[in-house]
Design a protein around this ligand. Structure first.
Ligand code: ATP
Ligand code: MG
Length: 409
């Protein structure tokens, strides 16, 4: 993961929303046209059935149901026949007919429409009650339904093709829309990287010059003190340039494909041994429990990530405090934690801890005690680079516990 990832996520989101909007629009349109077409075709058929039945009803009532003993085949496959009160037709009808399921609904004088599915055939019927039976008109709508299905499939394929084009268009559009952001981002990153790189040489010259001056100025003199202060400032600037360069490199590069298997335990043992003198000097009790753990990472990144947490605990815990470092493995995960009984962090600051340049109570902590506010951002960037997560738990006045979870081997 690197800083390009949010941009990539934005691209995916833009493309997806464009596609989803097009898809909903197409689906609504397809449903509307499909429904309208079906409604229109059914209305036309119903109209034809009504007109045929209306003309014949009067005659059938006058002469009794037997007036239509035979099937009347009119144009367009329309059949007209009478049924007795039990729904028996006086003559042979095509298979599936008469539509007896429509009889119970045919109470009103204008009759009732019904759609009958029989085998693979479909009929639309209009049944009108007579004085002594029913008059039923039926039309074979199988052909019409096949045509409708055909059109429906065309609509479905058309929509699928349109959605394919919309997906491609969405991706192209979102790429175009985010291009200026990408360019600004790259420019800014290059600037950061160049600036921090350029700062290193003059800083090194400054530092060596100041070192020389220190050696030449008398101890306990005012000038010596000024040189000491300047050396400290130069060291801080050096750290800042170094951290900025690290961050800009982490932002610019993806996680390498072939990370090596690294013994995290060994790295921590070396690191902790080098940190012991500082802990002693600060009158802190530094303890550790390390179980052997292998992770897929880069040795230097792993060291810097771990050191950011250890350094913080040693820096912010007051003399007499305890700092405990632990490394365990659990369910294919490596768990590294640094806990202290220092001042703790107020809950309102916790969500901002991993932001660049964020420092808690900047004004209340002394200049010497503080750093640049980039250590935790660097640790988080490394944790994400190795597909891990960083967490913090802290209670004001009780202490803090920072932990990093990486996939184990
Ligand atoms: N163990 C801790 N106890 C109390 N406060 C902490 C602890 N660790 C971090 N913090 C707070 O979180 C802030 C951010 O830490 P971070 O490591 O990012 O920056 P920094 O230590 O100020 O500077 P840098 O590490 O870049 O030299 C710190 O300024 C500090 O206020
Ligand atoms: Mg720090």
């Amino acid at each position: 993961m690197n800083a390009r990832d949010p941009l990539q996520r934005l691209r995916h989101q833009l493309a997806f929303w464009y596609w989803a909007t097009m898809a909903s629009l197409l689906i609504v349109l397809a449903l509307f046209f499909g429904y309208s077409y079906d409604r229109h075709a059914t209305d036309e058929i119903d109209h034809l059935l009504s007109a045929t039945v209306r003309g014949a009803t009067h005659e059938a009532d006058e002469h009794g149901y037997s007036i239509f003993p035979a099937v009347q085949q009119t144009t367009g496959g329309l059949l007209l026949y009478t049924l007795d009160e039990q729904g028996q037709a006086a003559t042979a009808l095509p298979a599936g007919l008469p539509d007896r399921s429509a009889l119970s609904g045919a109470i009103a004088p204008q009759g009732a429409f019904h759609t009958l599915q029989w085998n693979n055939q479909s009929w639309r019927t209009l049944t009108v009650p007579l004085r002594n039976g029913f008059l039923q008109a039926a039309i074979d709508t199988t052909g019409l339904e096949n045509r409708e299905n055909h059109i429906l499939w065309r609509i479905v394929f058309g929509c699928a093709a349109a959605l394919g084009v919309a997906a491609y268009g969405g991706w192209w559009l979102s790429n175009r829309a985010t291009q200026p952001i990408d360019e600004t981002w790259s420019r800014e990153r290059r600037f950061f990287s160049d600036a921090s790189h350029e700062l290193r040489t003059p800083l090194a010259v400054l530092q060596s010059g100041l070192e020389l001056l220190r050696r030449q100025t008398a101890e306990h003199s005012q000038a010596r003190q000024t040189v000491e202060d300047l050396l400290e400032e130069a060291a801080q600037l050096n750290t800042l340039a170094d951290e900025l360069l690290t961050l800009s490199r982490l932002d610019a590069t993806d996680t390498p494909k072939n990370l090596e298997s690294v013994n995290w335990t060994e790295i921590l043992e070396t690191l902790l041994r080098t940190r012991l003198p500082l802990a002693k000097q600060k009158e802190l009790q530094l303890t550790w429990q390390l179980t052997p753990v292998l992770v897929t990472a880069e040795p230097d990144g792993l060291r810097r990530m771990s050191d950011a947490l250890i350094e913080n605990a040693l820096r912010y815990t007051p003399p007499g405090g305890h700092v405990n470092v632990a490394l365990t493995s659990m369910q294919h995960k490596a768990l590294f934690s640094v806990c202290d009984d220092g001042p703790g962090i107020a809950p309102e600051y916790l969500p901002h801890l991993f932001e660049r340049f964020f420092r808690v109570e900047q004004s209340t902590r002394t200049h010497e005690a503080g750093g640049t506010g980039l250590g935790l951002s660097i640790a988080e960037a490394y944790a994400q680079r190795y597909h891990g997560k960083i967490h913090v738990k802290s209670a004001l006045g009780k202490g803090s516990c920072f932990s990093i979870e990486l996939p184990g081997q």
